[in-house]
Design a protein around this ligand. Structure first.
Ligand code: CMC
Length: 424
């Protein structure tokens, strides 16, 4: 693969390690042979570990670049839409007009869920968090599509992809309707993907919901901007679960669980909770001081990113969409949104944040847009999960379609050495 070599000397013994170059990004040192030599590498948090080879998404965190199959996210947000981006992530190329039509039609053919699945919802408490419901219901899809599927067959994997893309908005909106005590709305295949989602969220059998084109466009952009993001915590979870040969619907459920935390997908919900807690512009300095205080666990939600040490390119697009949506809805004077704008301005100027390159991330703006559209806060991470499903699936598909081994990290053991059980 490469003539480059790295050398590692441990206790006087030198190992020659192959070094590989990708099409872009840092070189990687192949340490796979080390365990057989009785040496392990130590990298909690996987800051310096490339866990797989992939052709799907590329991020340059220093420069603030995000590419899907080579295309910059800004260009996709401007000229593409969510479903076309799904095709791109899955197949590696943009669709021809014929392929695009067939792809969209097939997604529409799968939007309904098996009627028996509605019974699952009744098992949840009325006040259950929609992420908890979604995690359970998506996992339950594996019970409906298990024995009939052969996932070593690319065609079967493709059907699973269609089922997921099509059914996630239906399931997501059902999670919301259940919590509201409203009847579930069936999908409408005359609407586009984002319009249909808004219809299922806000329509009722008594009254048709008139879908605003601007809001549907903003919704589609939120889906697109969250579609994939390389080997983040939830995608790595899906790959790890998939590496055992588990059912893909169960793997996606594991991704949903990993996404839920406030350090990952739960951040968009945490941003709104934080803004509500701040409550008034006069209290912003107090919260900025808390965020800087190392003895206080509080962090400014929606700021910072593990990979981006520059403006998150998705956040740039989202910021623009945010302004468009607020203008369309005449919400520029909303008190919470005013706090958000002020916070953004202060954090962008404050030395603590500037020095650490803690810019607003995609979730800072998506939370604000979703709130303006009228999506309840508890649904924010659900929408992230539904958008990211294609990224999880594309990564799972890439792994299953190639060569892979079960993921099995090791550890630096710091516990007791062997000792005898006390005699009785
Ligand atoms: N508020 C205050 N200080 C922060 C923040 C923040 N939001 N984020 C990082 N820092 C500080 C941190 O205390 C550390 O300071 P020091 O060097 O003095 O010890 C420095 O910045 C580096 O932080 P880190 O913890 O080493 O960074 P990380 O890469 O481990 O964490 C992060 C990344 C996203 C978990 C973190 O920035 C964070 O908790 N942000 C808030 C939650 C959030 O918005 N998450 C959404 C991420 S975007 C969506 C997604 O892709 O999932």
């Amino acid at each position: 693969m490469s003539d480059k070599k790295a050398q590692l000397t441990v206790d006087g013994k030198t190992f020659d390690l192959p070094v590989y170059s990708g099409t872009d990004g840092p070189d990687v040192i192949d340490v796979r042979g080390l365990s057989a030599e009785g040496v392990l590498t130590f990298d909690p948090g996987f800051m310096s570990t490339a866990s797989c080879e992939s052709q799907i998404t590329y991020i340059d965190g220093e420069k603030g670049i995000l590419l899907h199959r080579g295309y910059p996210i800004e260009q996709l947000a401007e000229s593409s839409d969510y479903l076309e981006t799904c095709f791109l992530l899955l197949h590696g190329e943009l669709p021809t007009p014929e392929e695009s039509k067939k792809f969209r039609d097939t997604v529409k053919n799968h939007t309904m869920i098996h009627d028996q699945m509605t019974h699952f919802f009744n098992g949840f408490r009325r006040d259950a968090h929609p992420m908890a419901i979604m995690c359970g219901v998506v996992g339950a899809l594996s019970a409906f599509y298990h024995d009939t599927m052969d996932f070593s067959d690319q065609e079967h994997r493709e059907i699973a992809a269609f089922r997921l893309m099509a059914k996630m908005p239906t399931i997501a909106s059902m999670c919301y309707k259940y919590s509201m005590g409203q009847p579930f709305m069936y999908p409408r295949n005359d609407l586009n993907y984002a319009e249909n989602f808004l219809h299922m969220m806000f329509g009722t059998p008594c009254e048709e919901y008139k879908v605003s084109k601007t809001l549907a466009k903003a919704m589609d952009r939120i889906f697109l901007l969250h579609a994939d993001h390389e080997q983040n915590a939830s995608t790595s979870t899906v790959r790890l679960a998939g590496s055992t040969g588990a059912n893909p619907f169960a793997c996606i459920a594991s991704g949903i669980a990993a996404l839920w935390g406030p350090a990952h997908g739960g951040a968009n919900e945490a941003v709104l909770t934080m803004l509500e807690e701040i409550g008034d512009e006069s209290r912003i300095p107090e919260f900025i001081a808390k965020a800087k205080d190392k003895d206080d666990p509080f962090r400014l939600m929606g700021f910072g990113h593990r990979v981006y040490r520059n403006f998150d390119p998705r956040a740039k697009v989202m910021r623009q969409t945010c302004n468009e949506v607020l203008e369309e809805l005449g919400l520029e004077d909303d008190p919470l949104l005013k706090i958000a704008k002020k916070l953004e301005q202060i954090a962008l100027e404050d030395e603590y944040f500037v020095k650490r390159k803690l810019y607003p991330n995609v979730d800072f703006y998506s939370g604000i847009i979703l709130k303006a559209i009228g999506i309840p806060v508890s649904m924010f991470t659900v929408i992230f999960a539904m958008s990211r499903t294609i990224g999880w699936f594309a990564n799972w598909n890439e792994m299953i379609g190639g060569s892979y081994r079960i993921g099995r990290p090791r550890q630096l053991y710091k516990g007791y050495t062997a000792r005898d059980y006390p005699k009785k």
